[in-house]
Each structure stands twice: as C-alpha cells, then as structure tokens.
Design a protein around this ligand. Sequence first.
Ligand code: SAM
Length: 285
Amino acid sequence: MADLGNPQNTIEILKKYEFSFQKKYGQNFLIDTHVLDKIIRAAEISSDDFVLEIGPGIGTMTQYLAEAAREVAVVEIDDKLIPILEETLKEYENVTIIHGDILKVDIEGLVQEKNQGRPVKVVANLPYYITTPIIMGLLEGSAPVDSITVMVQKEVADRMKVGPGTKDYGALSLAVQYYARPEIVANVPPNCFIPRPKVGSAVIRLTRHQTPPVQVQDEDFLFRIIRASFNQRRKTLVNSLNNSPELQLTKEQVTKALEQMGLPAAVRGETLTLEQFAELTELLQ
Ligand code: SAM
C-alpha cells in the first residue's frame, strides 16, 4: 500500500470512495510525512509495544504505527471510514479495527486482551471537539496507560503545559500535571492537514507519573477545589470556593487555611501551584 502521508495518495483514496468529510467528527487528515515521523519518534514505539490509536481516519498514521509496534488497535466512529481502513491496512496483520466511539470503548478490557494488562501507548491526531474528555478519560480511567502522544489544538497544548501566573493556566493544566509530565513535541501549521483546520495545532506527549507529584487523602476533593477555583477566574479564591455548590466551605474556613499557608486573603486561584492546591486541600479536609 502506498504511503498515505503523501497527499496525492490520500486524495486518490478519498476520490475512490467518494468520501466527504464530516465536520461533526473533527476530521482533518494528516498529509505530511515529516510530522508523521516526528509523532512516531516522540511516542518512542518499540517492536514490543501495544498501541491504541484514536480516530485513524483513512489509516495514514496507522501504517506508520503498524510498522513500528508489535500490535495496534484503532477506534474509529465514522462507518464510512471502516471499508477504507480495511483496504489501506489490509497488509498489516498486527492491526485491529474497532468501529465505535472512543468515549464508550472498554479500554481496560482491550489492554487486558491485547497486552495482558501491561501499559498501552496511546497515539492520535485527536478530533478537536472532544480532546479534553478523551485525555481526562485516559488519565483518570482504570486502563494502564504509559504515555499519550497526541495532536491537539495549539491553544489546548499550551493549557496543558503552563504553570501559574499565565492566562492559559487552569483546571486542565493542573489535572494533566497531576497525572503526567507534558512536553510539546512540535507545532504543526494548518497546511499539514486536509481539510485545513482554522487553528494551529501542536503535538504533545504526556508521560504518566509512576506516583503523582503531590499526595492528598482525597483526590476527588482536590479536583473539586481546583475546578471551583477556576470557575470564576476574576473572583478571589475565598469567594470562588465559598460560592461553589460542589463544596460546603465558609469564607472563614478558607481564609484561615490561606493564612496557615502564608497566603493573602485576596489571593486568586490562578497563582497557586499544584503543591499549594494539595496543601490547601489537606487543610480544608
Ligand atoms: N488519524 C487521522 C489522520 O491523522 O489523518 C484522522 C484524524 S482526524 C483529526 C480525527 C478522527 O477521529 C476522524 O477520523 C474522526 O472520524 C474520528 N473520530 C471523531 N470522533 C470520534 C470518536 N468519538 N471515537 C472515535 N473516533 C472518532
């Protein structure tokens, strides 16, 4: 099968199947061999690995993954793409095509079946409309995940990577950094895709921590505090936490905890580090 990273080959396949792009599925197919090589390199795939690819499209990146990994499973929602994948991937005996919605697939069961429960590497050019639920589902879920190397909107990659005091810093930054070490691998312009997305993209690799960088008694309480702190960005932390229906905290309780931490009563959530959020959680527990 011809290399689909070559735009000519992609166009030929799309024509042959009279494929029309579905906006609702976030379909922007990669047509740049350099970017594909970079993703595969960043994911550090070896011939012993089991890889899960989310949204294979016509199978462009899958061909690269199948060459590098022991076994690959792809999950594609669009039924029109299934016969195309069956053709473009027919030479690869190590690829399993699953027709379904990634948010509903039993990833833990899949990893158990294909990799005897050993950690999977996830690689994808993600559909942008569900980037956050996919990534948070993988980080919070019960399936063992070694790393996640994905193409996302540039702005979302920045939000995952940044620390306190920047405008992009928020609940997503803290949640991602609690579970993993983020690293931006490449910035990718719109002309590397067909059709071209309206925004710039970036490849980000999230390497899962063996143990989280902070320890708290109640993870769920930590994340409720984080979410509440960024719900109303312009409010002080005391007001945001006091106003949250997810928490039952008085202004006095929060003020006292901040005082114990040596922080001013008017502090905003966007200035706190993950370590400080963990300390605050323990004090408010
Ligand atoms: N991997 C291909 C590439 O790089 O050329 C396609 C990437 S495209 C950005 C996203 C793909 O995810 C599309 O094929 C789309 O149909 C698929 N997709 C969208 N929503 C999905 C879902 N909930 N579950 C599985 N696949 C989905």
